[in-house]
Write a protein that binds this ligand. Structure first.
Ligand SMILES: *[C@@H]1O[C@H](CO)[C@@H](O)[C@H](O)[C@H]1NC(C)=O
Ligand SMILES: *[C@@H]1O[C@H](CO)[C@@H](O)[C@H](O)[C@H]1NC(C)=O
Ligand SMILES: *[C@@H]1O[C@H](CO)[C@@H](O)[C@H](O)[C@H]1NC(C)=O
Ligand SMILES: *[C@@H]1O[C@H](CO)[C@@H](O)[C@H](O)[C@H]1NC(C)=O
Ligand SMILES: *[C@@H]1O[C@H](CO)[C@@H](O)[C@H](O)[C@H]1NC(C)=O
Ligand SMILES: *[C@@H]1O[C@H](CO)[C@@H](O)[C@H](O)[C@H]1NC(C)=O
Ligand SMILES: *[C@@H]1O[C@H](CO)[C@@H](O)[C@H](O)[C@H]1NC(C)=O
Ligand SMILES: *[C@@H]1O[C@H](CO)[C@@H](O)[C@H](O)[C@H]1NC(C)=O
Ligand SMILES: *[C@@H]1O[C@H](CO)[C@@H](O)[C@H](O)[C@H]1NC(C)=O
Length: 707
């Protein structure tokens, strides 16, 4: 077994890059070689570290018996793009082959470590490919293990890489370290006569195409001659634009008319010429004005084209003027204007000013209208509008921006009800004196913009007593606004943590938990794919005048994807209800910061009563509390399949409430069981010999099943 340590040389450049990160950039490249063989070497790259911006960009030009090749560490560089901040490098192929002579698998694993260099595998241009007829290979990195299985049980097809003879996976962002690994259970010891090897490569998507000629798999190696091209994104330094600008002597965007860009592939910045300019932003005066008039395909101009700094003007030839973008000859009738008396001229002037002002205003208004329409269309407004008209769904309204501005007193600070995770909620009053809550979001995920109308349509049909009704939305603004019914009694968070010290009975608390769970179960089963709330927390559960729970903000989940597992947050909400303590207490000692951890350890030590709210923890309630705690624990199971569904959670809470509310609950479990007439949990308590409080749970037979 051999392990190709291709990174050995890279370690050298990484050391230089770290040290040299403080170097002053070379303004020009006086005396530096700008070509190696057929390859142009643009700054910030250079042959030799002294010609580069710093060691990370220092290249080596090697004379390979008359052909010159460029290397960075041990990797050959075949192409460099400054505008795109990419470099193409040849990287190794990892392989595993059956060796019939020794009747064993032999392999060679490529190991590449770009961690401390400016380079990262481009996740847009590269893919991980596994080739073979019985090969399972992975790429491991600092925080990833990614791979796939390729077999020839289905017939491989030219140009297809979806499991038959070839499989592929996406490259994750910020990938600087890769190491290949083959699963030894998949080997070619039985099929070596027709397919002896398996391969893994991380390479440029565009340069790969599967061919059935790779089935005698050694051909794959031969076609690429042992190395494959990979596209690397590079950055000047691993700091943000803002950080880079704090030290102008090392800031790399030195050209006038250049800008700084944060990298989208790991931390770091790079430079770019401003719009209308082209060239090398890393060199003083490197960004040069584009003469748009020389390229009438990219910059179309019918008529007279005139280049300006950073832009161009397209006008008509003399004696012509523009009508709807086309130059037409002038009509020659201006002569009489010169003969007008002075009074006439000044009146004319006044009229002219008025007309100009009017036309300007009309123009601006049209522009605004245009922008509004653009957003309306962008957010799927047309579809929504159509659907609503056809189905006569009168309960959902598309509000105009003006209507909402009026309702909220121009989004006055005094109207603010609260600040949510990704927006602000204002109280508003419509003309028909309906009270509303308007959610104004800060940003919206690009992906969701187009589907917004469709999603609104689904959400608008949701009608559940425990879910805050979505009354409508406003689409003609950059980020759509949501309009909900107004719920008067504040949030659950307020009720629990507010200062009013109001007594809240356990039944009320469980009822609130039950109603919330019901609402979520409804959402989960309402549509396919299910509507996931994504941000269940006490400040998102509102209370109406009768303290009935109403889950709010479910629409917001589609605006910004949230990765918080929601069951966990609901569980935390339940604990919050029982303990009246904050979910996170940042002042507490390390292991007590999280309420969930405190709760779990209290459960383990059978000291639940220590953590519970005094108002509800008494001996009669204890068994119910333990039961709820147990339910909460189930919800925390790591594996989704072990967790109860929201429906089961709701059902269980409902049963608990029914049992609790019954006057005989404590004394006579047997009779209770027959009273309820349905399958129910009956809990009886006792004191064990050790004196610890213990719970005995019996799932009582289902009465519906005949007994
Ligand atoms: C700014 O950069 C220069 C040149 O790279 C370096 O010598 C200096 O220490 C840096 N200053 C700060 C405050 O980091
Ligand atoms: C490059 O190598 C060739 C053949 O090995 C040799 O003739 C030539 O002089 C070398 N060029 C330089 C610049 O060293
Ligand atoms: C495995 O392959 C490597 C390199 O290709 C070779 O040097 C080595 O001898 C091979 N080992 C065996 C046991 O065949
Ligand atoms: C990769 O290189 C960096 C620094 O050069 C080093 O800290 C890190 O441990 C290396 N990673 C592995 C897995 O060798
Ligand atoms: C796939 O393409 C290669 C040539 O690139 C050809 O030799 C082979 O027959 C093709 N395979 C199929 C199944 O068409
Ligand atoms: C190939 O894999 C099988 C299991 O799938 C294993 O039993 C066998 O030892 C492997 N052969 C070699 C040469 O590694
Ligand atoms: C393949 O690579 C070897 C060395 O790695 C080189 O000598 C040979 O010329 C290459 N062949 C082709 C066809 O590129
Ligand atoms: C770069 O990223 C930082 C932090 O992520 C951000 O504050 C800054 O505005 C960004 N700058 C540019 C030019 O995008
Ligand atoms: C673009 O320029 C070429 C040559 O200057 C000219 O022949 C052509 O008509 C122009 N095309 C347009 C659309 O103006």
């Amino acid at each position: 077994m051999a392990k190709l340590l291709l990174s050995a040389l890279l370690i050298c450049i990484s050391a230089i890059w770290v040290v040299a990160a403080a170097d002053v950039p070379v303004g020009g490249r006086g005396g530096c070689q700008t070509r190696c063989g057929n390859l142009d070497i643009p700054f910030p790259f250079g042959i030799g570290d002294q010609c580069a911006i710093h060691g990370g960009f220092g290249l080596e030009c090697k004379n390979d018996s008359g052909t010159y090749r460029t290397f960075i560490g041990s990797f050959e560089v075949t192409k460099i793009s400054v505008p795109d901040a990419k470099a193409w490098m040849k990287t190794g192929i990892s392989w595993q082959c059956y060796d019939p002579a020794i009747k064993q698998m032999n392999d060679s694993m490529v190991w590449q470590n770009f961690t401390d260099t400016p380079y990262r595998f481009s996740y847009t241009d590269n893919k991980i490919f596994v080739i073979g007829c019985n090969t399972m290979a992975y790429m491991t990195s600092d925080s990833y293990v990614i791979g796939c299985l390729s077999t020839c049980s289905d017939e491989p097809k030219n140009g297809s890489c979806s499991g038959a003879g070839c499989c592929s996976v996406d490259v994750p962002p910020d990938l600087g370290y890769v190491e290949a690994y083959f699963n030894k259970d998949y080997n070619t010891s039985r099929i070596w006569s027709y397919s002896r090897c398996g391969y893994l490569v991380v390479m440029e998507k565009a340069a790969f195409s599967y061919s059935t000629t790779y089935i005698p798999s050694i051909n794959f190696w031969n076609v690429y001659n042992g190395t494959v091209p990979a596209v690397m994104d590079w950055v000047i330094r691993r700091e943000t634009c803002d950080e880079a600008k704090t030290n102008m002597s090392s800031y790399a965007c030195v050209s006038d008319k250049s800008e700084c860009l944060n990298s989208t592939n790991g931390q770091g910045y790079r430079c770019k010429c401003s719009k209308g300019f082209d060239g090398n932003p890393y060199i003083k005066d490197g960004c040069i004005d584009i003469n748009e008039c020389l390229d009438n395909t990219t910059y179309p101009c019918i008529g007279l084209c005139q280049n300006t700094m950073g832009s161009y003007v397209c006008s008509c030839h003399q004696g012509q003027h523009k009508v709807e973008g086309v130059c037409v000859p002038d009509q020659k009738n201006q002569k009489s204007a010169w003969e007008m008396p002075v009074v006439g001229a000044s009146v004319g002037f006044v009229i002219l000013v008025i007309m100009a002002t009017c036309s300007y205003l009309i123009h601006e208004r049209r522009k605004l209208q245009h922008i509004k329409q653009k957003y309306f269309k962008l957010h799927g407004g047309l579809l929504l509008f159509q659907e609503m008209n056809s189905n006569e769904r009168k309960s959902f309204t598309i509000f105009s921006e003006a209507e909402l501005q009026q309702a909220t007193n121009k989004f006055d600070k005094n109207q603010i009800l609260g600040h949510g995770g990704h927006g602000t909620v204002y109280k508003g009053l419509l003309k028909d004196s309906t009270e509303i809550a308007v959610k104004k979001c800060m940003t919206m995920d690009e992906q969701h913009k187009k589907e917004f109308g469709k999603e609104m349509l689904i959400l608008s049909q949701i009608n559940h007593v425990s879910i805050v009704k979505l009354l409508g939305c406003c689409l003609e603004v950059q980020v759509p606004m949501l309009v909900y019914e107004f719920i008067p009694n504040g949030t659950l968070s307020n009720l629990i943590h507010g200062n009013h010290g109001q007594n809240i009975s356990l039944v009320t608390r469980l009822r609130i938990a039950y109603e919330s769970a019901e609402a979520l179960a409804y959402l989960h089963s309402y549509a396919s794919p299910p509507i996931i709330h994504g941000d269940v927390k006490s400040s998102n559960i509102l209370l109406d005048t009768n303290f009935m729970a109403k889950v709010s903000d479910f629409g917001a989940s589609i605006l910004a994807p949230i990765d918080k597992p929601q069951l966990v947050t609901l569980v935390q909400g339940t604990w919050e209800l029982l303990t009246r303590k904050n979910v996170f207490n940042l002042d507490a000692p390390e292991n007590e910061k999280s309420l969930s951890i405190r709760f779990l350890s209290a459960m383990k030590e059978n000291k639940l009563e220590n953590i519970l709210d005094d108002q509800i923890s008494n001996n009669e309630n204890m068994e119910f509390l333990e039961e709820v705690a147990d339910l909460a624990k189930q919800c925390l199971a790591m594996c989704g399949e072990d967790r109860p569904s929201m429906k089961e959670v709701a059902e269980k809470l409902d049963r608990l409430i029914k049992v609790m509310q019954h006057p005989w609950a404590q004394q006579n479990p047997e009779e209770l069981e027959s009273l309820l007439g349905e399958s129910s949990y009956v809990i009886s308590s006792g004191v064990s010999s050790t004196g610890n409080f213990s719970i005995e749970k019996k799932v009582v037979k289902d009465l519906e099943s005949g007994r």
